[in-house]
Design a protein around this ligand. Structure first.
Ligand code: CTP
Ligand code: MG
Length: 383
């Protein structure tokens, strides 16, 4: 029995709104794409994994996927189509002709245990029909028209469908070569051609990540130990009146710049220290050394991005970062939203910024410099 898995991951993740394709969003330090691959790859008799990548991200998907593929399993990564169904149609064109059973799985259901894949394959082989993993519906379900509740549906007949859904290879190919309507899953697509579909037990871990709330739930399901870290940084205002101010990686127009070996971005540096300390990976000095010429004048983004790579390689993901800017100047309120946005886009987790003065006291009160205190919460994946 030769099995191929089509892993559809080409969506944009618009409802999640992470600013990056959903498959690249990290939960407990690992992208959803890799969570999905690492569970799919254990499927018995798996010969081929075909992954649809979001347009423009082919190389990134390929480099994330490759290290997870044992020898003997063929990996194909291709750009997906406009819709889920079009992505699957394109992927089917790349499935090896020798595949007898094809599973179609959503990368958005990244935590589906390998046993579900095996159950689906076993039932397809035994029955020759399409097979969908399902779970019971626990909510009382209403049929409604606008605000008006019309009736309560008998939930004993209802099942919530999950993936992977499995099919005899030829049956799926035939259905896809004739289909004209859009379907939300492959079981309904093959049923539209009169084929029978059976169900097997799904798994609550096969939940679908659609909105930001689902990510919180997911990080509880697969997330391990959480740790906090703290970091501070202080820089002196420059003597040069025209030196630009960079804080939180972006330019603060009209404000005097800060001195430093890099660009004096105390905010980014404090956050780097908070992240490194949470992970137990030292601090900005021990990781980036003030004597290294490549960091002369470097933007805070360089340090943040490299810090994130270090955290990810140790299995950590960032839950949130909070930082406070201390000093008379610059005035933070007009820039707060922009800085939060810039840092959130780099760190891929909420970053919030507050500000305070020191009641005129000390070097922060007389505008000699700026200090920042940052704290970070990070999480390591369950082994
Ligand atoms: N998918 C795909 N090709 C598309 C659209 C979706 O391969 N053109 C994949 C997604 O990557 C996902 C699965 O189909 O794994 C289910 O889609 P969905 O949960 O809707 O993900 P997105 O389309 O990324 O999310 P959204 O609809 O919020 O943009
Ligand atoms: Mg979608």
């Amino acid at each position: 029995m030769s099995v191929a898995v089509i892993l559809v991951a080409a969506g944009k993740g618009e409802r999640l709104g992470a600013g990056t394709p959903k498959a690249l969003v990290r939960v407990a330090g690992t992208t959803l794409l890799e969570h999905a691959i690492s569970r799919a790859i254990g499927t018995k008799d798996l010969a081929q994994l075909v992954i649809t990548a979001t347009a423009g991200y082919l190389e990134q998907f390929l480099s994330l996927a490759t290290p997870h593929i044992p020898s003997g399993i063929d990996l194909v990564v291709l750009e997906g189509g406009e819709t889920r169904q079009q992505s699957i149609a394109l992927a089917l064109g790349r499935v090896d002709k020798s595949a007898e059973v094809i599973l179609v799985h959503d990368a958005a259901r990244a935590f589906t245990p390998t046993e579900v894949f095996d159950r689906v394959v076993a039932e397809v082989s035994a029955s020759g029909f399409g097979v969908v993993p399902v779970v019971a519906v626990h909510d009382t379900v209403k049929r409604a028209s606008g605000e008006e509740v019309l009736e309560t549906v008998d939930r004993s007949e209802l099942r919530a469908a999950q993936t992977p859904q499995g099919f005899p290879a030829q049956l799926l190919r035939d259905a896809y070569s004739s289909v004209t309507e859009e379907h939300t899953d492959d079981a309904s697509l093959v049923q539209a051609f009169g084929h029978r579909v059976l169900s097997v037990a799904g798994d609550r871990m096969a939940m679908k990540v659609t909105t930001a709330d689902d990510l919180i739930l997911a990080s509880h399901l697969v997330g391990g130990e959480q740790r906090t870290g703290i970091g501070t940084d202080t820089h002196r205002f420059s003597e040069e009146a025209d030196k630009p101010l960079y804080l939180g990686t972006i330019l603060w127009d009209g404000e005097r710049g800060l001195d430093g070996h890099s660009d004096g971005d105390a905010l980014s540096h404090a956050i780097v220290d908070a992240l490194l300390s949470a992970a137990g990976l030292g601090d900005i000095g021990s990781n980036f050394g003030v004597d290294r010429p490549e960091f002369t004048g470097a933007n805070g983004k360089v340090f943040l991005e490299e810090t994130l790579v270090k955290l990810h390689s140790h299995g950590f993901s960032v839950i949130n970062v909070s930082a406070q800017i201390i000093g008379n100047r610059p005035k933070v309120a007009p820039m707060r939203a922009l800085v939060e946005q810039a840092l959130t886009a780099i760190i891929h987790a909420p970053v919030t910024i507050s500000a305070t003065t020191t009641d005129g006291l000390g070097f922060l009160g007389n505008t000699e410099g700026v200090a920042v205190v940052a704290s970070a919460l990070i999480q390591q994946a369950k082994k």
